[in-house]
Design a binder for this molecule. Structure first.
Ligand code: SAH
Length: 373
């Protein structure tokens, strides 16, 4: 009798050391884990029958007790600019989203880390949905596996450039609020026997959970992106409420620690451009003063609107001026090109379908959130 799918171990959730243990439990030698990963991640197959360099009885045990199961696709949408957005099943009623952004020199996959988000940033569509749950490691890795295998299938004969070269944790959720499941996923993305991505090509974006930035510095080397969005605490308290707990000075200290710990690490500050809110030349100069003397970069994100928002996007000349103020003060600054707007796939537009089960609201006001460790 075969084991029901739900009881099988999903290999997409196991970084190499855990996979070695699992393989040993199945009576095989731990080094077989590398062969297995080679099939799963390099060749993109989850069919054990195809893994011909593994012993037949080992394959049979794998088929009975393991599986390679990515999230189920609920919906796929394609933008006129080539951007693809997938809604993926979280459970019977809920979905989370991922987005593939093809560019001439790279293909970036933007993945989610939670179903919804508890942090309630005032300009973010995901926040409006509230928080439901953390994604598991296999659901996080499964997004990359799903996109990579699908793009590889489609590329057979078509555009071979359309593949995942970069992964950004900038979809739904706060990755550092799901530290326990995110870190093993990062390990699999970077592992030579996993997706084998360089640490410069994997970016984790955080709203600024300071203690977790210090913890991340101990266990990972990925590129860090930090949602700054304001040059002073009064304004940042409004835009990114976690700032009340971890104000700008503490956040920046954590960022510089992350940079100092190891050469070659990078930190980028994201700054959403909100018309008349945080986009004045004086505010640009204040940002420059905060970052002066550190090898940091600023990525200006034109605000992407969503239904019900009170904000509007800063006009292009205002964004250019803001960037120039930074550049003139020696702060590297770029403007993020908006992609996938016609399918609501741009930054901050990912809404998925979330049933909030933790945010405590009184009328329209959030009066409490639960953040999982
Ligand atoms: N929770 C993580 C990942 C969020 S998404 C974080 O806060 O960093 C990645 C970026 O998109 C963040 O900088 C986020 O602040 C920004 N963002 C959110 N809503 C946006 C919107 N409507 N328009 C533009 N950028 C937005």
């Amino acid at each position: 009798m075969s084991t029901p799918a739900t009881e099988r171990t999903n290999l997409l959730g196991l970084p190499r050391p855990a996979l070695e243990t699992f393989v040993a439990q199945l009576g095989s030698r731990p080094f077989r884990a590398r062969q297995l990963m080679n099939w799963v991640y390099k060749r993109g197959t989850g069919e054990f029958a195809e893994m011909t360099d593994l012993a037949k009885d080992f394959r049979a045990r794998l088929a009975a007790q393991a599986e390679v199961r990515p999230p189920e696709v609920v919906r796929e949408q394609r933008s006129a600019d080539g951007t693809v957005k997938w809604a993926l099943r979280a459970d019977a009623a809920q979905a989370f989203e991922m987005v593939f952004i093809p560019e001439p020199d790279r293909g970036t996959l933007c993945i989610s880390s939670q179903v919804g988000c508890a942090l309630d940033c005032s300009f973010c569509s995901t926040a409006q949905q509230g928080f439901n749950r953390n994604l598991t490691t296999s659901e996080i890795v499964g997004q990359v596996w799903l996109a990579s295998t699908q793009l590889a299938r489609e590329a057979a004969g078509a555009d071979p450039a359309a593949r995942v070269t970069n992964v950004v944790l900038m979809g739904m959720g706060e990755p550092l609020a799901n530290f326990r499941n995110v870190v093993p996923a990062l390990d699999i993305l970077l592992d030579d026997f996993g997706f084998d991505l360089s640490r410069r090509r994997v970016t984790l974006s955080t709203s600024g959970l300071v203690p977790q930035i210090y913890r991340l510095a101990e266990v990972s080397n990925v590129a860090l992106a930090v949602s700054l969005h304001a040059p002073d605490d009064a304004l940042r308290n409004e835009l990114v409420p976690i700032n009340r707990k971890h104000p700008i000075a503490e956040l920046l200290a954590a960022c510089w620690h992350y940079l100092d710990e190891q050469n070659g690490r990078s930190v980028t500050f994201e700054y959403v451009m909100l018309d008349g809110v945080n986009d004045s030349p004086a505010q640009a100069r204040a940002v420059a003063r905060l970052l002066k003397g550190h090898p940091a970069k600023v990525n200006l994100i034109p605000f992407n609107p969503f239904p019900g928002t009170r904000y509007t996007r800063s006009p292009a000349p205002v964004i250019q001026r803001f960037r120039d103020e930074l550049l003139q003060r020696g702060v590297l600054a770029t403007v993020r090109r908006t992609r996938g707007e016609d399918i609501d796939a741009a930054c901050g537009q990912l809404a998925g379908k979330v049933i909030d089960r933790t945010t405590v609201r009184l009328g329209n006001k959030v009066i409490g959130v639960a953040i999982q460790p």
